[in-house]
Design a protein. Sequence first.
Length: 481
Amino acid sequence: MRTYDQLFLGGRWTEPATTDTFEVRSPHDRALVGTAPKASTADVDRAVAAARRALEPWGRSPLAERLRLVERFNELHAVRADEIAELITAENGSPSWFTGWTQHNLPERTAAWLKLAREFSWEETLTDEAGNRTIVRAAPVGVVAAVIPWNSPHSAALVKLIPALLAGNPVLLKAAPETALDAMVLAEIFEQAGFPEGVVSVFAADRDVSEHLVCHPGVDKISFTGSTAAGRRIASLAGERLKRVGLELGGKSAAIVLADADADPETVAEGIRSATFANNGEMCVAHTRIFAARERYAEVVAALAEMADGLVVGDPAKPDTFVGPIVRQDQYERVLSYLRLGVEEGARIAAGGAEPFADPELAHGFYVRPTVFADVANDMRIAREEIFGPVLVVIPFDTEEEAIRLANDSDYGLSGGVWTADAEHGVEIARSVRTGTFHVNGAPRHGNAPFGGFKASGVGREYGSHGLAEFVEWQAIAAGR
């Protein structure tokens, strides 16, 4: 069991203002994984004050120094990848295959940020016909509050921390209570890397303290990943104060299976498996609406049902487990309520359902059967609302135009895909679907491509030069001849 009794405020381990703590319990068997301090508004005030003091010297520090410190952090973080993966699995129930894959890929992503920072146009000079110069420079946006969720905590943290730090901004990382422990490990690594005082703070807090952070006059930008409901609240608070804000929010992404898809249904189902059920379905990018051409609808439903029924559900620490438990009880009950709602709405359960598992090993955990709903209409709530669990719906269509219309008939626009024999035609379909990311036949997205959503799926972009630019303000200096 891990026990932390101090907070990492302004780059220093500090006694918290209160004795309140978070108990982190495994969603697999509810065993105590560890405890961490619960940050208060007073703790946030101390962290912000330290960040304000650090803003000028850190923002003016040579890029080479910022690169050196981030590079050192990356080396230290990579060494602890297995330890962190195991801890996250214990905290939030993510299967070990998923946390291991994620943690071992993060050093490569950080290395990509380092390369981008070296190549980024931090300053350039424009000259008019009369010889007058205008200097265009990227200045730090200011003190950044990075607020992250529990479902993939280090990915969500580093996609904010690394570009913000490279751009010269002090950062306050507010972690979710469910994953407070791995956040403390992250703090240990930042301390060991040797960042200057005030530049990095890491703490977990409840919602009221998070709102205090968001509204704090000493915070210049909020970078948030989480639910659309929470994003709307943050956007409202930030808008009142004219704060910069980046929001990576929810999704209800559509995958279109065309009649001409040359892959057999089992291959398509295999491709959809990770796109939908990875990380227990607790992913904003999950492809949870599957649109299948009517002439292939029955075979697609059958293949998806067979795939879902074949997924190994169980202890997330075991290497053969594909789907682990839902993160906590209220979310578990919410997912089950959607399974019952789908039946009430007239959908047919082709695989899974709300029945509990007979296996006694799963009796004390928050386990949900991977579920496939067939005979679904796009106006049903199970097709419109983000469930955030191992659940997908299959909807028939008659024409490509109808499939595109249905895919766009959503409040969300984060991800999506198409399965077709003609990849170039798939690209044309992608151009018609209003979503931030789109995969043709399951193709991977380049790591430096921008990531973010249309509509209620968010504001702004992460990754690549677009993500780095989110953490700067552009200044034009008319310098004359």
